[in-house]
Design a protein around this ligand. Structure first.
Ligand code: F6P
Length: 375
């Protein structure tokens, strides 16, 4: 066997991870005569040198499996909890990278993983990344794998909520993942015909939402589905968040920075209950009974869709081709029908939000959905 490449999966798991691992392993072994070593549990496994050889039977039968056979974690190389301390373990990772005589390290993950991979690239490793996340928020790629599956799961769930909302003449507020972006919420809301769709990109006015529900009632529709992204904010909360972020940016000494970070954390903790609060407000403003469904991690579990399997397989094999050509410090991105390599410096520190002129927003508005604020 020739060269050896390392692979790890980091951040929240996402359907299609095993399809990507399989594609990297099979392409490397058969088309490029390379060996592949997997590191377990994200960057932590690279630090602790916990490995799994990705070949033969290990790669067999995993295409359809959810999760990741390598395990994952949200540990960061430069801020790794070790014992009772948080330490920068980059040097230990570099030692392990050399111990296996790796030609390159493939890091599969979302925005946070792209950032951590970039740090390792700057520290001297040959790094190539793949974009995965159900949130679809990684910059410089048209799409991330995991998104399509999560979209189908969320859509199916909202379809099921429709009949019970209808039978009981209730509002059902359904919370959809997506971190601070609305791709999943908007997509699932649109696909399931939700009456109200609230996303982080459009801070909402609860009175406009209540009015839309009341108008439906006047038309004889005594139920409403409100699809709300977990990161959606009421207008006043969006203002407060912007103020806190600005304060943190302006903090010019350690004490002020700590105080500003604590205030931001408190805001985020408080936001965790915002879907329940929204439901209570709507009940109060409309006089209709309201229930909440939080889809949570269901959206990340189980078998990947055909589209995610194909996407992960394409990206996995394109990544081995890039390594063979000694193209490093880049992410394998999707551009239209093909894949392309994007320098990691262009990916990190950015988040792909839903543009306000996106066709999905227009379609939602033109088919009568309320987006919580007049655009
Ligand atoms: O990034 C994927 C994601 O599922 C987000 O949609 C969500 O905010 C977050 O991960 C949940 O993280 P955890 O699995 O750590 O609770």
């Amino acid at each position: 066997m020739g060269k050896c490449i390392g692979v790890l999966t980091a951040g929240g798991d996402s359907p299609g991870l095993n399809a990507a691992i399989r594609a990297i392993g099979k392409s490397a072994n058969t088309a490029y005569n390379m060996q592949v070593i997997g590191f377990r549990d994200g960057f932590r496994g690279l630090m602790e040198n916990r490995t799994l050889h990705l070949e033969g039977e290990v790669l067999s039968g995993i295409l359809t499996l959810g999760g990741t056979i390598l395990g994952t974690s949200r540990d960061k190389p430069h801020k790794m909890p070790v014992g009772s301390k948080v330490q920068d373990m980059t040097e230990v990772m570099i030692d392990n990278y050399h111990r296996h005589n790796l030609e390159a390290l493939v890091c599969i993950g979302g925005g946070g993983t792209q950032k951590n991979a970039y740090r390792l690239a700057q520290a001297g490793m040959n790094v190539v990344t793949l974009p995965k996340t159900i949130d679809n928020d990684v910059a410089m790629t048209d799409i991330t794998f995991g998104f399509d599956t999560a979209l189908s799961i969320a859509t199916d769930a909202i379809d099921r909520l429709h009949s019970t909302a209808h039978s009981h003449h209730r509002i059902i507020v359904v919370e959809i993942m997506g971190h601070n972006t609305g791709w999943l919420g908007l997509g699932a809301g649109l696909a399931s015909g939700a009456d109200v769709i609230l996303i982080p990109e459009i801070p909402y006015d609860v009175h406009q939402v209540a009015d839309a529900i009341k108008r439906r009632r006047h038309r004889g529709k005594n139920f409403s589905i409100v699809a709300v992204s977990e990161g959606a904010l009421a207008i006043e909360d969006a203002r407060e968040l912007a103020r806190l972020k600005q304060k943190k940016q302006a903090a010019n000494d350690e004490k002020k920075q700590k105080k500003a970070s604590a205030a931001l954390e408190a805001f985020q903790d408080n936001h965790a209950g915002s879907t329940l609060r929204l439901s209570a407000q709507l009940e109060h403003l409309t006089g209709l009974e309201s229930r909440v469904t939080i889809l949570g991690h269901l959206q990340r579990g189980g078998t990947p869709s055909a589209a995610d399997r194909i996407l992960a397989t394409r990206l996995g094999s394109a990544c081995v081709a890039a390594i063979d050509e000694r193209q490093f410090g880049c992410m394998v991105a999707v551009k239209g029908e093909s894949t392309t390599l994007v320098d990691l410096s262009e990916v990190v520190g950015k988040r792909k939000m839903v543009p306000l002129d996106h066709p999905w927003i227009r379609a939602a508005l033109e088919t009568g959905a309320c987006l919580g604020n007049h655009l």
